[in-house]
Design a protein around this ligand. Structure first.
Ligand code: C2E
Ligand code: CA
Ligand code: CA
Length: 643
């Protein structure tokens, strides 16, 4: 028996050490603010307290034979032990509810019912000195014996454990793998420990298993190191996605606020600073002054998100206005003063934002240039919904094959057919016809543009392979390339593979890239252009005159044709200044030895003007709109037939 006691004593002391370790780490990392943290700390504190009682009882019990005072003290120690230990299961239940985000769903009557079971068992324990219904302790033999009412403790614990299990099952999908494993680990270890002690009261495994499982929970759930952005100390994008999914599953109502910094180049310049302080951390510190740390997320390098519970619309507006006003003033960063431009958006979950991906659009989608307000809410955010819808339509289009390549013919200045430009169309089953001006930027943003560009190139190759276009006088077909794609490694090889696969003459393909984006990295781009030109492809510069590029750089790229943007033609028709610009642009390009195509020819007058100035090729609604392949085949057939 003595040996058992020594073993038991050692067990309890180790448990106490585990408890102190867990408490110290929680306090050191200041994981004390959230309700979840508070439930966790309460559990570990109770176990520590229970250890204290156990140790006291183990030491005092042998001496209490001779002293009534000591006997009473040990008896009360046991009472305290039971009273507190009994609260562990309810606390665990509330802890699980927090982790699952279901705490708000618990309604009053339910909570009251569960609490009554708990209170009943507490009452049974509290009255034990009088009734001795729960346990007895013999002052002579020092024997501890369970009595019938001890079952209330197990029933109360069991009820809360079952409730926690049900809650886990309900929220299972919304939990990350890490949380699932941690909670199952807790349940597994605790149940094992409790069961061993239940069947053999001398083997005191209960407290030890509980402390051990809480240590596991601390490492995997409470530590949250995978959820925290190291630079700012606020939650990261993954945490945002997980939390929003949890809130949505539990139908929690909240206001979501997004603070999007639009001059993010400032942010980029500020990263990699020596002392680790970044623009983001300065903004994060400002936000932390207004809101608890656990409701702030860094959703992207240039966007913060806030989750606000129990905020009315007015309170939300007040906060968004206050934030926006702060950004009117400069930020002191290092030795400089920086002005950050922001758009602050707010939307209610789940009313306006029905999925975590919708929420991330707020952070990720560029704000349309026609929106000038700096605080957006309600209907202001409809563009996000449209964008989300377009994104889904693109994925659907690829899956359901509803993308189609149209062809818009191009002509020599004398009116004979030159070729065509391949232009993509999307006939979506839900949105109807979606135009490339809308879906191309979205596809670029979500990284689907290469798939679309490949599709167009394959279609064009297949078409050229039939030999029909060449027979009808088509010299080349123009294919648009996204400049960002051009600079990706492996791009040239991919293009060559596609075209070689079809076995067509590479001079039949004329790639178009736009001037505006080309300004980004000429050296890399010219490598791509030269590599593809060496293979025999032709190249056109698209939309000339719309960007702000350095003319010298533009002409350092080896283009065959420069396509002058329609806006230049249209303003030439409107006023004298426009005409001077067009004439001089044409002259300059000619002097550089490049051919010229003018887009957007819609009227006879424009055609006459262009004939007078003298360009090489024309394209526009005056000749033909972009048309489906079959119509284009008919068009070239007519072109071929004499007369
Ligand atoms: P873009 O390359 O400048 O294409 C010319 C656009 O001008 C086409 O619009 C065409 O329909 C339109 N257009 C042609 N002639 C006239 C005219 O006389 N008057 C007027 N008002 N418009 C005219 P679309 O097809 O809507 O394409 C818009 C943009 O989407 C294209 O501009 C191009 O940048 C992009 N795009 C289209 N297809 C593809 C593609 O397959 N891949 C990539 N990467 N981009 C594409
Ligand atoms: Ca084009
Ligand atoms: Ca163009």
């Amino acid at each position: 028996m003595e040996e058992y006691k020594q073993l038991h004593f050692a067990f309890t002391v180790s448990t106490l050490m585990i408890c102190f370790t867990v408490m110290m780490f929680s306090l050191l990392h200041r994981r004390t603010e959230k309700p979840q943290n508070k439930f966790f700390l309460s559990m570990i504190t109770i176990i520590a307290l229970n250890c204290g009682c156990e140790i006291a009882v183990t030491i005092l019990a042998p001496m209490s034979k001779d002293s009534h005072t000591l006997f009473v003290i040990t008896d009360y120690m046991r009472l305290i032990y039971f009273l507190f230990h009994n609260a562990l299961a309810p606390l665990f239940f509330y802890y699980v509810a927090c982790v699952c985000g279901a705490i708000s769903r618990l309604n009053k009557p339910q909570s009251l019912f569960y609490s009554s079971i708990f209170l009943l068992s507490e009452l049974a324990v509290a009255l034990n000195p009088l009734t001795r219904w729960v346990y007895t302790y013999d002052s002579e033999t020092l024997e501890f014996k369970r009595q019938w009412a001890e079952s209330t403790i197990y029933i109360s614990g069991g009820v809360y454990f079952c409730l926690a299990a049900m809650m886990l099952m309900f929220s299972w999908d919304a939990l990350t793998k890490r949380r699932r494993v941690a909670l199952l680990y807790f349940v597994g270890i605790t149940v094992t420990g409790v069961t061993i002690q239940l069947f053999n009261v001398v083997i005191k495994t209960e407290l030890f298993s509980e402390a051990l499982s809480l240590l596991g929970v601390m490492i995997s759930i409470e530590s949250e190191e995978d959820r925290i952005d190291a630079g700012t100390g606020v939650y990261n994008r993954m945490a945002l996605e997980n939390d929003l999914d949890t809130y949505l599953v539990n139908k929690r109502v909240l206001q979501l606020v997004c603070i999007k910094i639009t001059n993010s180049d400032v942010i980029e310049r500020s990263v990699n600073m020596e002392n680790g302080e970044t623009m983001q951390s300065i903004v994060a510190e400002f936000l932390k002054k207004h809101l608890p740390r656990y409701s702030i997320y860094l959703a992207s390098p240039s966007a913060f998100m806030l989750t606000l519970f129990d905020y009315t619309q007015e309170e939300t507006d007040e906060l968004t206005d206050a934030i926006s006003t702060r950004f009117d003033k400069p930020w002191h960063f290092k030795d400089t003063i920086v002005l950050l431009n922001v758009v602050v958006m707010s939307a209610e979950l789940p009313l306006r934002i029905a999925s975590s991906s919708d929420a991330l659009y707020m952070a990720d989608s560029p704000v349309p240039t026609n929106i000038e307000k700096s605080v957006l809410k309600g209907g202001d955010l409809d563009y996000l919904l449209r964008r989300a819808a377009v994104e889904k339509a693109i994925a659907r289009g690829i899956e359901e094959h509803t993308f189609e390549v149209y062809y818009q013919p191009t002509y020599h200045i004398d009116g004979t057919l030159h070729g065509a430009e391949a232009l993509l169309r999307l006939h979506d089953s839900i949105l109807g016809h979606v135009y490339p001006s809308e879906f191309i930027p979205v596809a670029e943003h979500i990284g689907m543009i290469d798939e679309l560009d490949d599709f167009v190139l394959k279609e064009v190759c297949d078409f050229l392979k039939t030999g029909e276009p060449s027979a009808g006088g088509v010299e080349c077909i123009n294919v648009n390339l996204s400049v960002l794609q051009c600079m990706r490694p492996g791009f040239v090889e991919r293009i060559i593979d596609i075209v070689n696969g079809s076995g067509i003459n590479k001079r039949l393909i004329n790639f178009e890239i736009t001037e505006s984006v080309a300004a980004e990295d000429y050296r890399l781009l010219s490598k791509t252009v030269n590599a593809l030109k060496r293979e025999g492809f032709l190249f056109s510069m698209d939309d000339y005159g719309t960007g702000y590029s350095n003319i010298q750089s533009v002409f350092s790229l080896n283009f065959d044709i420069i396509k002058i943007d329609k806006s230049i033609l249209w303003s030439a028709e409107k006023n004298e200044l426009g005409r001077i610009i067009l004439e001089n642009t044409v002259r300059m390009i000619k002097q550089m030895g490049r051919q010229i195509l003018v887009e957007g020819v819609e009227t006879q007058a424009q055609l006459d003007l262009l004939k007078q100035i003298g360009v090489d090729y024309l394209q526009g609604y005056f000749f033909s709109r972009p048309i489906p392949k079959d119509n284009f085949i008919r068009l070239i057939a007519n072109n071929r037939s004499p007369g």
